[in-house]
Design a protein around this ligand. Structure first.
Ligand code: NAP
Length: 209
């Protein structure tokens, strides 16, 4: 598939690089295709092509959003997503590793509100980028789980397939309003790892009897 990335920093690059290696075409979406992160990503993976944001969206099958949450509203509002899937990889993080929207509403629901013609699925947010760079845990009989949420079942099915390409098992936790709980899971992981010294390559697993 053709995958466009708005944001090609730590998260965007980790995902795009693994997707490229599993056979997908990667378009970096940036209105300044000479920005540092774009050039650095292309240096690390010369198969990435860069285009202005709307052009990349129009050419892509699926779009990934991996920029700081505070920049999303302004960036998203003028764009037309052409009824495509927008994978929300962002997290609204506030002072002291708190929820950036005061735990009243999820960032993913705000992103759905700010986009025209997009089917938003939240994924790839419950861990740090280290587990997106390498989601393989060969010493265990289970795969790491990736929790996703969204309002459109078909879109979530597509994201499930992409998760498998990376090595994750998918757990669909429900509609987009569930994203608030995923964003709190992020805060838990971030506090454990970035503040309390847990290893950045730990993940959650889903066991069901
Ligand atoms: N870091 C993690 O472990 C982690 C894990 C899961 C989710 N997240 C979430 O993922 C998102 C990205 O985090 P990150 O750590 O990957 O950040 P990062 O390394 O700082 O990269 C941010 C990327 O966004 C681009 N960007 C920023 N503002 C932009 C704008 N207005 N228009 C177009 N591109 C813009 C930057 O491009 P230029 O600077 O070159 O313009 C850069 O490519 C955040 O919402 C974060 O909360 C982070």
């Amino acid at each position: 598939m053709k995958l466009a990335f708005i944001g090609i920093g730590k998260v965007g690059f980790a995902l795009a690089n693994n997707f490229q290696q599993s056979g997908h075409d990667i378009f970096i979406a940036h209105d300044d295709v000479t920005s540092n992160s774009v050039l650095r990503a292309q240096e690390r993976n010369p198969l990435f092509q860069a285009f202005p944001i709307q052009e990349a969206i129009t050419m892509a099958d699926i779009i990934f959003l991996a920029i700081p949450f505070n920049s999303t509203e302004l960036l998203l509002k003028p764009l037309d997503f052409g009824n495509k899937i927008l994978v929300d990889c962002t997290n609204p993080v506030g002072a002291g590793i708190s929820h950036g929207l005061g735990s009243k509403v999820s960032g993913a629901e705000k992103i759905q509100e700010w986009t025209f013609n997009a089917k938003v699925v939240k994924s790839y947010t419950i861990y740090g980028f280290e587990n997106l760079e390498n989601p393989v845990f060969p010493n265990y009989g289970v795969k790491p789980v990736m929790l996703i949420s969204g309002n459109d079942e078909n879109s979530k099915a597509v994201v499930r397939t992409l998760n498998s390409d990376l090595g994750f098992e998918t757990l669909d936790v429900g509609d987009l309003s569930q994203s608030l709980h995923l964003e709190h899971m992020t805060l838990l992981w971030v506090k454990m790892v970035r503040a309390n010294g847990h290893h950045p390559n730990f993940t959650w697993a889903y066991l069901e009897r």
